[in-house]
Design a protein around this ligand. Sequence first.
Ligand code: AGP
Length: 618
Amino acid sequence: MCGIIGITGAQSVASQLLEALSLLEYRGYDSAGIAVVEKESGSIFRLRAAEQGGSLHHLIGSLGKADTSRFEYCAGIGHTRWATHGAPTTVNAHPHFDCGSSIAVVHNGIIENHHQLASDLRARGHVFSSETDTEVIAHLLEEETADGRTMKDAVVSLLTTLRGAFALACIHKDFPETIYAARRTSPLVIGMADSSCLLASDVAALVETTRNLFELGDDQVAEVTPIGFKVYDQLGVEMTPKPIKVGWSIEAARKGGFADYMSKEINEQQVAVAETILGRLNESGDSELEELEIDEASLSKVEKVLLVACGSSYHAALVGRHAIEAWAKIPAEVDIASEMRYRPMRIQENTLVIAISQSGETTDTYHALKQARSQGVLTIAMTNVVGSLMSREADGVLYTRAGPEIGVASTKCHLAQLSLLECLAFHLAGAKSALSGSEKAAIAGDIMNLPKLVEKTLARQDQYHKVAERYSEFRDFYYLGRRSGFPIALEGALKLKELAYVRAEAYPAGEMKHGPISLIEPGSIVVVVAKRSSLWEKIMANVEEMKARGATVIAVIDEDDEESASLVDDVLETPAVTEICSPVIGVIPLQTFAYSIAKARGHDVDRPRNLAKVVTVE
Ligand code: AGP
């Protein structure tokens, strides 16, 4: 959940650390901190801040007042935190020191046995200054190196001592040019530049400096110096590092002239969908998913699909289910990862499990995937991050090609997931020979037309903003949809909740009469997905029920559908599209609607309160 950076050999190491941290801030922004070895004094310089929404800014100000010439070309580490153990305060901000301030540590993940370790360390005289699980690492290294053991060997020994998931980096005052790192489960990437070496929890922090990138493997330790790095396994035996290929440009990770990342990312959705579909199907109805590395013969044996995910990715999974059932004509189920992983899993033979995760790192989804795989069934990870945890765990991987998504609320990655799930459902249908030639050509045409329709929808954003302006003061929203419209409603409600901090409940429209309708009264705002489909009349009957109880109804409708418009109070018009493809289009006005209301209420849409972009805790 946190962001880690390490740099050694750079001239202005401290300011470079802060610059890199600004690219990692989306991983957590409760606090930020850096530590750099001062060669001459033989000590470690540390700066930390925990300022709501402004920790990095604060650090930049403090660094401006410091004499940074003292630690040029030395080793430094930095961290941006999303609090798990200990409140978001400065004392809990990383880097953490050992008793003598000789060792500084940054860490991402959770040390599960930290209570026991801390109590043993305290019994042996160590004094702790934070409430974090991380601090045990600094004290353990202090003990390990006290009898002359090298830092490298001390870090290797941590792999045996620590339980849980972690990526960590540390420096020692006596080794001013070396950074030591280790990881288990949480990712860590190493980069080599001309005369410096870097490491980070995310490639986004490194691509500006170098594309010569390597992955630190699970349970491996790295010793990083300005002229290169070495990697060791759990036994301290040297290993060959694995290079990583990255296609992203640094410009893609910047705001590109938009007021915030979220509006930039909403406006990148046409490209995200186009790139995701690119080369994966053609007009004659053929699909091409060679990268999956699961052949059609294996897919043809699939009798059932189980999709698993969290949050917006879960909503995408619900859309995937409809596509698989309609096109591949096999049963599909969807599960929330945090529930699935704790149920006794009884997955039938010939089930295909698809784990969907923008980050590829969400702990619950990762463990659900891992457990499913241990049952011997075929698994696919669908993620936006090349080389992410889930991509390494599954039998096959499909990447959404949305580029880095910085805004905490998922937008372009969600649309890319929807498009890719449709490609996959279509591919599965091909493997199972479930569609006729003409059906295949028609569906492929619909999917390939999506980027154009996304563009047309985005061109209507002004209209969506205007409608949203009228509702920014309201506090009770209900989002309704049926079949493919229900995941759209769920996603719209999630966007409003996470961005505008407004209560928004999503229900399948037909479910309202079983209870929730008693909440409807004058002042209730009902947002209904009423695009034309075979269920349009039924949804309009549900609209009547809401209006009869005094609700104000806003409907997502097909453009120029005057009949629908005449039955509701406000409309969000979108291009017409076949029902199964409709979520890709229908969700866009609801993203913009939530964005506008959040802005009108004065919220930071890129960094909603209490949330983090990557959820690596349970
Ligand atoms: C989406 O707007 C949310 N920030 C959140 O629900 C997210 O979709 C969820 O945490 C899953 O993340 P993942 O796709 O990276 O696994």
